[in-house]
Write a new protein. Structure first.
Lengths: 456, 275
């Protein structure tokens, strides 16, 4: 089946939500989903659930002849399969890219890091060694396959027991599990992959992306680390450019997460060990006992529901007023008013003055230094009206006035009264100190009252 | 959900058709045959199969019964094809014997004529748009099926937009076709859905529950915040509220309504209303 396409509105919503640091299921930026590890009745069989993503891992072993150039080492074999039940888009012929990438990453993480002691898998040098095979099956795809798969692989390897072997001279005895207890593998450390998804060209980052977030991400960084803070593998895909400090920050986060996950794994292994020793029931059937087959159960999503209404008011209050709306009627003379800016003055610079910037329509924040309006009327002493000047920093100035109609007249002696105060204290323009007022770099498209001809 | 399924199994073992009337509200399994009320007398309680001879054998009063989803006509009985609870609705005004259907739960949608669905435009080719509705094939939507659309005046639809429309052709032999106008040529709420908001997927049963008349959930949600919401019968819901947080809360509530009892739901709503 073809994958359901991602609609524009979903993409836009997800990106906007990420900009506001909100995720669909209410997690924080660095939060993992709930990890559940359950073991089967056989040694070496486990299911790892990372949120809704489920991976089944199974380890098996066999006695084979070793490779010719590594006669004293055992053989490790990893295989991840994307089952068709994981997602409708996974079809037998269609998964090759993703499959190869995941398999390769898993191999690098587990084989090249030498987490398993292959020398201990040798039985008779040059003739018989153990071949350990790890098979991983993806049962459900809800994002971040690689993390779940790496956890499943290492848990299965830690849980696995191989049959005991003894060598006496030329005689090799392989004991069945009934004769002698099977022996665990010799594992040096537990490398675990942590995924970071990047959005908007590396500006925003999320740990443990789920399926929706994976669809809109720009790039993915996977760091495989163990609890001793040793990096086993790093892979960056998607072609985004990451800065050095971003990668360092991710590795720090990965260190914290790996420590937590390793603790969880050790606890799960210990529990299972205890249950088996005490003779209690173990296996998959026991671990999902309290869920019905129809599974009418959903985890609580930790969405922040506090202050929702006030937040809306705050947002509306702080929002920038629409720049095109001018609500200030400018009264020229009794009987003549102007609403709106009109077209720009095309007569050229009337005076050799600096540009002025507007703070959006309606709000007449004026630089005090050279205050010239298109009409050429100067703002003179505004005495009787209330005006508040805020000196911000060295040079940023802002004008807050109270409500009063703007009455302009050709007479330059009359007082200028300004309507529509600048409600927004956030619109603080910091300007470089200079004798002349330079144009402040403004991020919004502002309507300039006067165009500097020289700059054109 | 602790239905006495064993009772059904016992009947199946005896392979005796039950009267539909007696099974209302109980779980039925595929393969069961149900008798309509008029046929019960003919069968008799013992199922012996002997029909009393009657002189006017063909003149039984025929009542028109509508066979809804999950049921199929098999001879003069009803054959159950989906597992779920059997439901019946009395006829509104006199004629007919009402509607029988099976309330089943599934997430995969099969296009049905007349259903209003939310689709995602996947391709524009010539005169038609290909719209993914969650079925086995993408539906086709002609650009003339929008209100006020003419050959010169094409609707502004891009790939990736959301469309709310209804099916005019939907059967298992042809690809489904949908339109965004009703029979009078008016849009009636259909067309391109606006730019913001969140689209998410739920089960088909939840959609039918939410669209039922006097649904409590919708009334309570409406009291929380102002919102816009569109339900598609293919399991897709589009929701939009003033802020992103509110939209996320609404989406999570609706998804969770599937799994909550009404008490839990009332608790959640009262907690939200306070904050």
């Amino acid at each position: 089946m073809k994958e359901t396409p991602l609609s524009n509105c979903e993409r836009r919503f997800l990106l906007r939500a990420i900009e506001e640091k909100k995720r669909l299921d209410g997690r924080q930026t660095y939060d993992y989903r709930n990890i559940r590890i359950s073991f089967g009745t056989d040694y070496g069989c486990c299911i790892v659930e990372l949120g809704k993503t489920r991976v089944l891992g199974q380890v098996s072993c066999e006695l084979v002849s070793p490779k010719l150039n590594r006669a004293t080492e055992g053989i490790l074999f990893f295989n991840l399969e994307l089952s068709q039940m994981a997602a409708p888009a996974f079809e037998p012929g269609r998964q090759s890219d993703l499959l190869v990438k995941l398999n390769r990453l898993l191999e690098r993480c587990l084989r090249n890091s030498k987490c398993i002691d292959t020398e201990s898998l040798c039985v008779v040098a040059g003739e018989k060694v153990w071949q350990i095979r790890v098979d991983l099956h993806l049962l459900n795809h809800d994002g971040n396959i690689i993390d779940a798969a790496s956890i499943a692989a290492i848990v299965a390897l830690c849980h696995f027991r191989r049959p005991d072997v003894s060598v006496q001279g030329d005689e090799v005895t392989l004991y069945t599990p009934e004769e002698r207890d099977p022996v665990p593998l010799s594992i040096h450390h537990m490398p675990i992959c942590v995924s970071f998804a990047f959005f908007q060209q590396g500006t925003y980052l999320l740990v443990d992306p789920n399926e929706r977030e994976e669809r809109v991400m720009d790039g993915l960084l996977v760091i495989a680390m163990n609890k001793h803070r040793e990096i086993c593998t790093i892979q960056s895909s998607g072609g985004i450019m990451l800065l050095k400090d971003q990668v360092l920050r991710c590795s720090k986060i990965a260190g914290v997460k790996v420590a937590e996950i390793t603790e969880l794994i050790l606890k799960a292994l210990e529990n299972d060990q205890k249950v088996r020793k005490e003779g209690g029931k173990f296996g998959f059937a026991e671990s999902i006992a309290n869920q019905r087959i129809t599974a009418f159960k959903m985890e609580k999503a930790p969405i922040d529901t506090s202050d929702v209404e006030e937040k809306a008011e705050e947002i509306i209050a702080e929002a920038e007023p629409p720049s095109e709306v001018v609500s200030t009627p400018v009264l020229w003379t009794p009987g003549t008013a102007q609403i709106g800016e009109g077209v720009e003055n095309s007569w050229g610079d009337l005076e050799d003055s600096e540009k002025e910037d507007d703070e959006g329509g309606g709000d007449e924040a004026i630089i005090l230094d050279s205050i010239k309006m298109d009409t050429g009327v100067e703002v003179s002493d505004i005495g009787s009206q209330e005006m508040v000047f805020h000196h911000v920093g060295q040079a940023g100035l802002e004008l807050l006035t109270s409500d009063a109609p703007i009455i302009l007249s050709d007479s330059e002696e009359e007082e200028m009264i300004i309507l529509e105060p600048d409600k927004n204290p956030k619109k603080i323009r910091t300007q470089t100190t200079s004798a002349k007022q330079e144009k402040a770099p403004s991020k919004k498209p502002v309507k300039r009252r006067k165009k500097k001809r020289a700059a054109n | 959900m602790a239905e006495p399924v064993s009772v059904a199994a016992e009947y199946l073992a005896g392979s005796r058709a039950r009267a539909a009337r007696t099974v209302l509200g109980q779980v039925v399994l595929p393969g069961e045959e149900l008798l309509l009320p008029e046929q019960e007398d003919a069968e008799g309680p013992g199922g012996a199969g002997e029909r009393p001879l009657s002189l006017n054998a063909g003149a039984r009063s025929r009542v028109r019964v509508v066979c809804g989803p999950g049921l199929r006509r098999c001879g003069d009985r009803l054959l159950v094809t989906k597992c779920g609870r059997l439901r019946h609705k009395e006829p509104g005004s006199g004629s007919g014997g009402g509607v029988y259907w099976v309330d089943s739960q599934q997430k995969r949608y099969v296009p049905v004529k007349g259903d209003h669905v939310i689709g995602i435009v996947t391709a524009k080719s010539g005169d038609i748009f290909k719209v993914d509705v969650g079925g086995s094939e993408p539906a086709s939507l002609s650009y003339l099926s929008f209100e006020g659309a003419t050959k010169r005046n094409r609707p502004n639809v891009q790939v990736g937009d959301l469309i709310y429309g209804q099916f005019v052709v939907a059967n298992k032999d042809m690809e489904p076709e949908m339109v965004c106008i009703d029979s009078c040529g008016r849009a009636n709420g259909m067309g391109v859905i606006g730019q913001d908001g969140l689209l998410f997927k739920v089960t088909l049963g939840l959609i039918r529950k939410l669209l039922a008349p006097d649904c409590e959930i919708i009334q309570e949600v409406g009291k929380l915040y102002p919102l816009e919401i569109v339900f598609g019968m293919n399991g897709r819901i589009w929701v939009k509220a003033k802020t992103i947080q509110q939209t996320l809360i609404l989406a999570n509530i609706l998804e969770a309504c599937e799994h909550m009892t009404s008490d839990q739901r009332k608790q959640i709503f009262s907690r939200l209303a306070e904050s």
